[in-house]
Design a protein around this ligand. Structure first.
Ligand SMILES: [Zn+2]
Length: 242
């Protein structure tokens, strides 16, 4: 095991295990006190009682925490396992969560796009009154779902800004690289030269939003795939580089 000079981590082995047996306090062996000094990385929707990531407030080392619980006739047993992550494992974790954020971002983009298409249809599609009513209801449902997903994304990004900005850096840097590669290309795939100009403008105005994302601001950044047609494929490749 490598020696670490951090005052908290130096009190934790690479793997620490606790054990509690109800009715048998003399058999209890808790985690070292230093485990409680670690800060929980808050992931929305995760069953944090059973699994979460913790990080050292002093040196930023990461640990996984797992809790298990077994019932027996003569009482129950709890076990906790705290495992220090190697740098490569931490990067895998950052990438997985960046991909989850991106999936949620795309869900919002799709819902807003679907609501927009229905709005266009209502404005210009000359629907019958019955069709108009049905389309309006569907549009409202998409908007509501988009708003909820947007709140969830914002809450998660705000939480990661506090406890694990590396996840946001992995996500934002992948987007920034896609914007930069599009801007560096001789031409952006487009139906016409005018489309190419718009695509370039879209890439140029999207880039600073991603560069700012790890620190502050709106968590949802729309990607105009109508003009940046292969953007999401490029992004997928950037997010899965191993
Ligand atoms: Zn530490």
């Amino acid at each position: 095991m490598t020696h670490t000079p951090c005052p908290i981590c130096s009190q934790l082995k690479d793997v620490e295990t606790s054990f509690y047996k109800y009715g048998w306090p003399e058999h209890d062996s808790p985690l070292p006190a230093a485990a409680a000094s670690l800060v929980i990385v808050d992931v929305i929707g995760e069953d944090r009682e059973r699994f979460h990531l913790r990080r050292c407030p002093s040196c930023a080392s990461l640990y996984t925490y797992q809790f298990s619980y077994d019932y027996y006739v003569n009482g129950s047993e709890d076990e906790e396992v705290l495992t220090r992550l190697a740098p490569a494992e931490a990067l895998t974790y950052f990438r997985q969560h960046a991909q989850q954020l991106e999936a949620l971002r795309q869900e919002i983009d799709n819902l807003q796009g679907a609501a927009g298409s229905l709005g266009d249809y209502l404005d210009r599609g000359c629907p019958s009154p019955a069709e108009a009513e049905a389309s309006f209801e569907q549009m409202q449902a998409h908007r509501q779902a988009a708003d909820l997903a947007r709140q969830r994304l914002q809450a998660q990004v705000d939480a990661f800004r506090q406890t694990c900005p590396e996840i946001l850096q992995v996500w934002a840097e992948a987007h920034s690289r896609v914007c930069q590669s599009l801007l560096a290309a001789d031409s952006i795939p487009g139906a016409s030269p005018l489309d190419e100009d718009v695509a370039r403008y879209v890439a140029q105005s999207t880039l600073p939003a991603w560069q700012a994302l790890p620190q502050a601001g709106e968590a949802f950044i729309a990607i105009n795939t109508a003009y940046l047609s292969d953007y999401l494929e490029r992004l997928q490749a950037e997010l899965t580089i191993g």
